[in-house]
Design a binder for this molecule. Structure first.
Ligand code: SF4
Length: 94
């Protein structure tokens, strides 16, 4: 059971998302090779100038978004980051 103090959806981060006016497919490339590599890098470039990057990544980690680019991370990167995230958010036993 995860801590109920996680507030991953606080605020209106989606309102300032840099990807709001971007083609959604850019953030959900098919595969991780070939053209998908360029697509992932292009999506990450949008994320780098996004005011909501931290909140977006927090949301993706908390809700286990396995597909696509979120908060400047691709799928494999996020899997690694999520392990550390889960360890930080594990409830402390009394
Ligand atoms: S960090 Fe990237 S995916 Fe997340 S809201 Fe910003 S632009 Fe969109």
């Amino acid at each position: 059971m995860w801590s109920r103090t996680i507030d991953w959806d606080a605020g209106d981060w989606r309102d300032v998302a840099a990807c709001r006016d971007t083609e959604p497919d850019l953030f959900f490339p098919v595969g991780t090779t070939g053209l998908a590599v360029d697509q992932i890098e292009a999506a990450k470039a949008v994320c780098r100038r996004c005011q909501a990057q931290s909140a977006c990544l927090e949301f993706a980690l908390a809700t286990n978004q396995e597909s696509g680019v979120w908060g400047g991370t691709a799928e494999e990167e996020r899997r690694k980051v999520r392990k550390a995230w889960l360890a930080r958010h594990r409830p402390v036993s009394a």
